[in-house]
Ligand binder design. Structure first.
Ligand SMILES: [Zn+2]
Length: 370
C-alpha cells in the first residue's frame, strides 16, 4: 500500500486526488477537518483509494464536508446538515451551466464590472450553489462555483465563495419561493440607487408585471451581516431591491428569471432617463389598466407590495399622490420600518413649476407636521 500525505490542504479537490493516483497512491491521508469535495470523494471510491484522516490512522469520516458544515457557527437546532453530494448531481451540473451563462449575460450587458456581482441558486433546503469571489462573471466555468450552507459555510468547491453570499442567504431564509438570487451593478438602476430614488410606476406594462414597486434598502458596507440584513424588510413583497449607493438584487424561481428582472429594471430606468430628455411629460397607464396588470401578476405568482391592502394606504398603485414627495426627499413607502428606505419615485422630468410647487408643498407639509 502506498500512502500519499496531502494533509497540508484545507480543501482536497479532484485534481489533488488525480495526481495522487498518478503517483501510485492506494491511500490518501488528509488533514482532520479538511473539506473533501464530492468529485474528489467519488474519484477515490472509483479507484479504490482509501481516505484516511491524519493522526489517527483510521478511515476518514465518510462525510467530512457535511460534518464540517454541521459544526458551523449557526448553532441552530433542528437544521439538517448540508449535503455536499448535491453539488455533483445532474441537476447541479445543469444549474452551474445556467449560472455561467447568466454571468456572461450580465457582463455583456455591462451589469457587472471587475469582479462585481454574484449569482446563486438554492438547490436543497440547506444548500446553495454560488459564484466565487474575485472573478469576472464573464469568465466563469462550472468548476469555479461552490456550495455553501445557509449560514455561509462552504461545503464544496475549490474557490472561495463570494463574500456577498450573506445577502443571498438572508433572502433564501426569509422567502421560501426564492430559488435564485442575482446581484449586480447595472448602471441605470444603480443611478437611481445612488440618488435615493425608485422609478415611478404605471408607465410600462412589462415592468408592472415582472417587478412593479421597487424597494430601496439603506446603505451598509458590502459583505457584512448588517448589509445582508438591509433587504429583509422588503424581500417578501418585492423581487427586486435597489441597494443604496451600490447596485441591485433580484430573486426569482430560476437563475434565468432572476437575471431577467435585472434586465427589465435596468431597461426601464434607462427608458425613463431617455424620456426625460424629450422635454415632455411621460404619459401613464390608468389606475384601472394598472389593476388589470396587477391581476395578471397575481396569476403568475409574482410578489407585489400592492397585493397587501394594509400597505396600499401608504403605497398606492400609482405613486403620483404620495404626499410631500419631492425628488431626494426620503419617503418610506413600505410602511412600518421607520427607516428612510423606500423612496417615492417621481418622474425625473418635472417641469420647473411642478418642481417648485412640489418643494413648496413638501416644506409646508414638514412645517405643518411640527
Ligand atoms: Zn455588489
Amino acid at each position: 500500500m502506498k500512502s500519499i500525505d496531502i494533509s497540508s490542504k484545507k480543501v482536497v479537490t479532484l485534481r489533488n486526488v488525480e495526481s495522487a493516483l498518478a503517483d501510485g497512491a492506494t491511500r490518501v491521508v488528509v488533514g482532520a477537518g479538511c473539506v473533501v469535495t464530492p468529485s474528489a470523494r467519488d474519484f477515490l471510491a472509483q479507484h479504490n483509494i482509501a481516505l484516511t484522516a491524519s493522526g489517527n490512522g483510521k478511515t476518514a469520516d465518510p462525510e467530512p464536508a457535511a460534518a464540517h458544515a454541521s459544526s458551523g457557527k449557526s448553532g441552530k437546532q433542528g437544521k439538517s446538515a448540508a449535503n455536499p453530494r448535491l453539488f455533483s448531481t445532474p441537476e447541479a451540473e445543469a444549474i452551474k451551466k445556467e449560472i455561467c451563462a447568466v454571468g456572461r449575460k450580465l457582463w455583456l450587458r455591462q451589469f457587472v464590472d471587475g469582479n462585481g456581482g454574484n449569482i446563486s441558486y438554492r438547490i436543497g433546503p440547506n444548500e446553495v450553489i454560488c459564484t466565487p469571489t474575485l472573478m469576472s462573471k464573464y469568465d466563469l466555468t462550472p468548476e469555479d462555483l461552490s456550495l455553501v450552507d445557509l449560514e455561509g459555510n462552504q461545503i464544496a468547491g475549490t474557490k472561495p465563495r463570494t463574500s456577498e453570499i450573506l445577502l443571498h442567504l438572508e433572502i433564501y431564509k426569509a422567502v421560501p419561493e426564492a430559488k435564485s438570487c442575482v446581484h449586480c451593478h447595472p448602471p441605470h438602476a444603480t443611478a437611481y440607487a445612488i440618488t435615493g430614488r425608485v422609478p415611478p410606476n404605471l408607465i410600462i406594462p412589462e415592468f408592472e408585471v415582472f417587478i412593479g414597486k421597487v424597494a430601496i434598502s439603506p446603505y451598509e458596507t458590502p459583505g457584512t451581516a448588517a448589509f445582508a440584513q438591509t433587504v429583509l424588510p422588503y424581500v417578501k413583497q418585492h423581487n427586486t431591491v435597489l441597494l443604496s449607493n451600490h447596485g441591485i438584487i433580484c430573486w426569482g424561481d430560476t437563475v434565468t428569471h432572476a437575471e431577467w428582472y435585472t434586465e427589465v429594471l435596468d431597461t426601464y430606468c434607462w427608458t425613463l432617463m431617455l424620456a426625460a430628455q424629450l422635454g415632455v411629460p411621460i404619459s401613464h397607464i390608468s389606475e384601472q389598466q394598472g389593476a388589470d396588470l396587477l391581476a395578471n401578476k397575481k396569476r403568475l405568482g409574482l410578489p407585489d407590495v400592492r397585493f397587501d391592502t394594509s400597505k396600499m394606504k401608504e403605497c398606492q398603485l400609482s405613486d403620483s399622490e404620495v404626499p410631500n414627495s419631492i425628488a431626494l426627499v426620503p419617503e418610506p413607502c413600505d410602511g412600518g420600518t421607520g427607516k428612510p428606505a423606500n423612496l417615492d419615485g417621481k418622474p425625473a422630468n418635472l417641469d420647473l413649476d411642478a418642481l417648485v410647487k412640489s418643494v413648496t408643498d413638501a416644506v409646508m407639509g414638514t412645517l405643518g407636521a411640527k
